[in-house]
Ligand binder design. Structure first.
Ligand code: UD2
Length: 313
């Protein structure tokens, strides 16, 4: 039974990971509940929940001095790009400083098997060459992307310089059950699903499409993400490495809405508005590197949506 720390463990990705590992391992979750919800975590004697922020240095140092973790997943973040533009200083404290401080804390721990850091496809910015390889041009354009990229660099550097066992992932567009739809910057699929729920109560519900709907994204289902993370932390060749976590396929938002409509046998009214400032037109991962450690996405967009619908609607 390993000891696992998951920061941001009440959020969408973190809670799914915590619930998954709690079957066979002891999991400690730290979350300030700014976006996450404690109800996302299943009732389990193997999960310990601590409400607090990763920016609280006393909390983090006490936690890591008291307990020796085998694995640490640092997922806590201000997850919205737009929010980071509104609050660059707060974003920096959460998305960069907390990582730096955590690296210093784990530097002293000899038993750690892996620290995994969650970076983002945002680091590639609007450079148009597709698909994005880990070695592609990096053009971080927002406080969110700059912090993710610099934190990711430190994470990798601490492995090479000090022998801290680290890896980083660049998430593309992750979707699935328990993704919070309630912020304007929530994942688009969670917003569409929420619209469908509202539609059954209110016939006037519609989905707001920002732009012409021809922008595309590489959507990856949460179960595939969990599999990718588990593979990375259990492989030696991933030490000090960064991996794209996507499917290698993309769909346009118009195609997405059409597919969901077909699966539910009901059309969702769509209102087209002007595109969001700074919106990336196309996003697509090259996943050759992660395939090299045995990763193969199991869910294409249709299969993923089918599963999501089974859980949520
Ligand atoms: C994703 C990540 C973000 C960052 C970024 C990097 C999510 C939730 N966000 O942002 O954290 O890593 O990738 O590039 O995964 N849209 C609508 N209507 C809505 C909501 C969204 O049309 O009500 C559009 C939106 O303008 C965009 C697309 O849907 O073109 C996807 O939006 P998103 O917020 O799900 O994700 P994205 O790619 O902006």
């Amino acid at each position: 039974m390993s000891k696992i720390l998951i920061t941001g463990g009440a959020g969408f990705i973190g809670s799914t990971l915590a619930n998954y590992y709690s079957k066979n391992h002891s999991v400690v979750v730290v979350d300030d509940l700014s976006m996450g919800k404690q109800e996302n975590l299943i009732e389990s004697k193997n999960i310990t929940f601590i409400q607090g922020s990763v920016t609280d240095r006393n909390l983090m140092s006490q936690l890591l001095e008291k307990q020796q973790f085998d694995y640490i997943f640092h997922l806590a973040a201000i997850a919205s790009v737009a929010d980071s533009v509104q609050r660059p200083v707060e974003t920096h404290l959460v998305n960069f400083d907390s990582v730096f401080y955590l690296l210093e804390l784990v530097k002293k721990q000899s038993g750690l098997k892996r620290l995994l850091f969650s970076s983002s496809a945002a680091v590639y910015g609007d450079e148009p060459t597709l698909p994005k390889q880990e070695e592609s041009v990096i053009r971080p354009l927002t406080p969110y992307a700059i912090d993710k990229f610099s934190a990711e660099k430190y994470v990798v550097d601490y492995c090479h310089l000090y022998g801290v066992p680290t890896s980083a992932v660049r998430f593309f567009n992750v979707y699935g059950p328990n993704q919070n739809p309630n912020s304007p910057y929530s994942g688009v699929i969670s917003i569409v699903m929420d619209c469908y729920k509202q539609l059954s109560k209110n016939k006037n519900t519609f989905f707001t499409m920002f732009g012409d709907g021809n922008q595309s994204r590489d959507f990856i289902y949460i179960d595939d993400v969990i599999k990718a993370l588990d593979l990375i932390v259990n492989s030696k060749e991933t030490l000090g490495q960064v991996y794209n976590v996507g499917t290698g396929n993309s769909v346009t938002l118009n195609e997405l809405i059409h597919t969901i409509g077909k699966l539910l046998d009901k059309d969702l009214p769509v209102n087209y508005e002007s595109e969001r400032e700074g919106d990336i037109r196309e996003s697509l991962a090259d996943i050759s590197k992660i395939k090299g450690i045995g990763f193969e996405p199991k869910f294409d967009i249709k299969e993923g949506l089918r599963n999501y619908i089974k859980h949520e609607l």
